[in-house]
Write a protein that binds this ligand. Structure first.
Ligand SMILES: Nc1ncnc2c1ncn2[C@@H]1O[C@H](COP(=O)(O)OP(=O)(O)OP(=O)(O)O)[C@@H](O)[C@H]1O
Ligand SMILES: [Mg+2]
Length: 239
């Protein structure tokens, strides 16, 4: 079997936080390169915890393989070239004096030439509608602009896999629409954690539903979005 750069295989993954709280319990998922997956489920289900395990920001028991590389403290550098996470809060992603510096930070860290860093930074900013923002202070942007800048920091590293943690949170309707257009245009393996089933319908082919650290459903997004009864059972929809 060939392994593509955007393949993810998770088997028997469990994670318990240092205070004893269970984050993930025996999670197994395979995601093929180029697939777009929504991760749904109530607060505290383990969605963000799962994202943190992918680039080895935390290590559980079990196995995660990214593009055929087993995630471990020894491989994190290689793995992080392949997986980018857009955190829910853009302030967790932006820490440089200017937008340009924030977006250039990742490519610089990858040891790329100055020309290549510049090319990637400008391309990432332009693809997200932030050309002209290079000299602005990241911390003086509006929330929606910060969100786009934080996506640009990941796009500039050109990872094969991008995971978004609640990308639509705190955005106005136009912001959600703009963001979903941007995310839809990204042709990589995408994982989108969201409470917004409408956004999930627009962005994902597959729905994975979590609760209490477990995967409780894994089905085509189309099927889930057309099945209100199943959404109610999974506590994704209330009326
Ligand atoms: N740093 C931490 N220390 C201890 N427990 C934690 C920590 N972070 C998360 N947890 C716990 O792990 C479980 C899973 O949390 P996680 O943040 O992954 O949920 P989530 O599905 O992302 O929820 P939300 O929709 O609210 O963002 C919860 O019980 C949570 O309280
Ligand atoms: Mg979360």
């Amino acid at each position: 079997m060939t392994t593509n750069s955007g393949d993810i295989v998770i088997s028997g993954l469990s994670y318990t936080y240092p205070d004893g709280t269970r984050g993930l319990a025996d999670v197994s998922i395979s995601i093929a390169s180029g697939q777009s997956v929504a991760i749904l489920g109530p607060n505290g289900a383990g969605k963000s915890t799962l994202l943190l395990t992918l680039p080895g920001l935390i290590f559980g028991t079990g196995r995660i393989s990214i593009a055929g590389i087993t995630v471990s403290p020894k491989t994190v550098r290689e793995v992080r070239k392949r997986v980018g996470i857009v955190f829910q809060n853009p302030d967790d992603q932006l820490f440089c004096p200017t937008v340009y510096d924030d977006v250039a930070f990742g490519p610089k860290n990858m040891g790329l030439s100055a020309d290549e860093v510049d090319r990637r930074t400008e391309n990432a900013l332009s693809s997200i509608g932030l050309s002209g923002y290079e000299g602005r202070s990241s911390h003086h942007l509006s929330y929606g602009e910060k969100k786009r800048a934080s996506i640009a920091t990941i796009l500039a590293m050109d990872p094969a896999i991008i995971a978004f943690d609640e990308p639509s949170a705190n955005l106005d309707p136009e912001g959600v629409h703009g963001l979903s257009t941007v995310i839809r245009a990204i042709t990589k393996t995408k994982i989108v954690v969201t409470h917004d089933i409408e956004l999930a319908r627009k962005l994902a082919d597959r729905a994975i539903v979590m609760r209490e650290g477990l995967i409780i459903e894994d089905m085509p997004m189309k099927e889930l979005s057309g099945n209100k009864r199943r959404q109610r059972e999974l506590r994704l929809f209330f009326d």
